[in-house]
Design a protein around this ligand. Structure first.
Ligand code: BDP
Length: 326
């Protein structure tokens, strides 16, 4: 009897050990703090994937950028040193020309048309460009629209940017964008922007309401001008080799949960945009609407021209994005 029990216990332990070895925990990178909408979406993904695979798959999120800056994290997920993440299309575009279409200033008319395009045939070609750099997209998150903010002045026309130092994410398109408007683009990691703004190393930056608020930038930059020059999605994605190594059922599961996480994130995003806006207004930030964005848009022609010169193969895709929104 004792031998049988011992054998059973040993067998059970062995199968647990096998399962644990199989279920190597996927390490997920996140730049945002735990309460942020991106974080809620990622937590949902991790939890549901674990639950619905009966523990065969296990995923964990590391919040608040503790695993490093975004461009490094992209490299690490590409190489498989990290397993999954939510990345902004700005830094993805810096290494994937197709993905960089989303970073052309004013390319999308609205968040709705951005999602419609990203989830249609055009988006499938963009997704192929993301796959080509070793990332498998599982869902697109909302990141609203990015607008300029400044320590001391309201931006109403491009002339207001003249000679002013604006922090941008690391992507040549943003350097060209700010410089074409007459400003002085300063690429810098997200984590360094608060101090640079507070000390006046830079005059301004650009971001959506939730990041403007959660990063504390609003404490140093009291003028937020709704230029909405970029409507950038974010990508819930995983290392492509890891995705390819999954069974068809597991692949279907991560895609299904990824799509659900994206829908949840978008609902959370809508609420957070409102609460962040209310919070910065209460803190004394002045929000300015830019009624006529045409002067800004017209100054983007050289940015488009240069992008097309460097990526002539993308001309047709860009045309299709534009035609779809006419
Ligand atoms: C936020 C994005 C985050 C970027 C950050 C930035 O969600 O991925 O790193 O902007 O400006 O809106 O660097």
């Amino acid at each position: 009897m004792k031998t049988i029990t011992t054998a059973l216990v040993a067998g059970a332990m062995l199968s647990l050990a096998v399962r644990a070895a199989d279920a190597r925990e996927w390490r997920g990178w996140n730049i945002h703090p735990p309460e942020y909408p991106v974080s809620t979406g990622m937590e949902y993904f991790a939890e549901e994937v674990g639950k619905r695979s009966n523990g065969e798959l296990e995923a964990k999120v590391f919040h608040s950028g503790v695993l490093g800056d975004q461009p490094d994290a992209i490299e690490q997920v590409r190489e498989g040193a990290l397993d999954w993440a939510v990345f902004n299309f700005g830094p993805i575009g810096a290494v994937s020309p197709e993905a960089n279409i989303a970073s052309l200033p004013f390319i999308f008319n609205s968040v709705d048309s951005m999602f419609e395009l990203m989830e249609g045939p055009v988006g499938e070609e963009i997704a192929d460009g993301v796959r080509a750099i070793g990332l498998e997209p599982l869902g697109y998150f909302d990141s609203g629209a990015r607008s300029f903010y400044h320590r001391e002045r309201i931006i109403e026309t491009p002339a207001d940017l003249d000679g002013q130092k604006f922090r941008v994410m690391g992507n040549q398109l943003y350097v060209d964008m700010v410089n074409s408007l007459g400003g002085n683009a300063t690429p810098m990691p997200y984590a360094d922007v608060f101090q640079a703004l507070s000390t006046g190393v830079i005059d301004g930056a650009e971001n959506n309401y939730p990041s403007f608020e959660s990063s504390g930038h609003y404490e140093a930059a009291k003028f937020y001008s709704n230029s909405q020059h970029l409507i950038l999605p974010e990508c819930l994605c995983m290392n492509k080799d890891l995705y390819d190594s999954l069974s068809p059922e597991q692949q279907a599961l991560v895609k299904e949960v990824g799509a659900e996480a994206a829908l949840l994130q978008r609902e959370e995003w809508a609420k957070r945009e409102e609460s962040s806006k209310a919070k910065v207004l209460a803190a004394g930030v002045q929000i300015v609407e830019i009624e006529d964005k045409t002067p800004f848009q017209e100054m983007m022609q050289p940015v488009y021209d240069k992008f097309l010169e460097d990526n002539p193969q993308l001309s047709d895709l860009i045309d299709r994005v534009r035609e779809a929104q006419q």
